[in-house]
Design a protein around this ligand. Structure first.
Ligand code: SF4
Length: 194
């Protein structure tokens, strides 16, 4: 299985602070399987370099940015418009995925670039969330590629089964917390009334 993966989930130190944002054992386990080919890509590193200011979607989600209804701003008091580089690299990530014939994308949720289910609506410090993907997540979805995040344990369990590594029979069992996908958790339901 060929998997497009957010660079940080693959362990690359491409986060805004120059780290990989910690360890994600379930994602790491999936990517370590011998029948998985991981294809890492970091749209923000390519757009702005590392380290960098956090890019925020001003309002709405990544589809709003791609369709010109919103923009990307630096997480500073001046909130500079930094839309164009991220849109360019979001499309580059999607084109890379198509060129590499990936079957699925495993991406970092809540990121304004790689998010798949939830992103911040405006500056992170305000802690307001909106449903939907980040800018690169949206571009990948527009290519018809399924996107799953590191938080989607139910879907990742199905993926492991398909790959012949059933969670109950493998070291992956220790990587699960509740076996739910992100949108099935109490936090998501309370936040969005879902
Ligand atoms: S843009 Fe994506 S790959 Fe890069 S650090 Fe952010 S979440 Fe990770």
């Amino acid at each position: 299985m060929r998997v497009l993966v957010s660079g940080c989930l693959a362990g690359l130190p491409c986060g805004v602070d120059g780290t990989a944002y910690g360890d994600y054992p379930l994602a790491r386990f999936v990517l370590s399987l011998p029948n998985v080919k991981a294809l890492p890509f970091c749209p923000e590193d390519r757009a702005y370099g590392t380290p960098r200011f956090t890019p925020n979607i001003a309002r709405g989600n990544g589809f709003d940015v791609l369709e010109g209804r919103s923009r990307v701003e630096a997480d500073t008091d001046a909130e500079e418009d930094i839309t164009d580089p991220l849109v360019r690299e979001a499309h580059a990530m999607a084109e890379f995925a198509v060129r590499e014939n990936v079957h699925i994308a495993l991406m970092m949720d809540v990121s304004g670039a790689c998010g798949s289910t939830v992103v911040y609506n405006g500056r992170r410090k305000n802690k307001v969330y909106v449903q939907g993907p980040g800018v690169a997540g949206a571009a990948v979805m527009k290519k018809g590629i399924p996107v799953v995040s590191q938080r989607d344990e139910r879907t990742l369990a199905l993926l492991l089964e398909k790959l012949g590594a059933e969670p109950q029979n493998s070291e992956a069992a220790a990587c699960f917390s509740d076996g739910l996908d992100h949108h099935e958790r109490d936090w998501y339901r309370k936040t969005f009334g879902a």
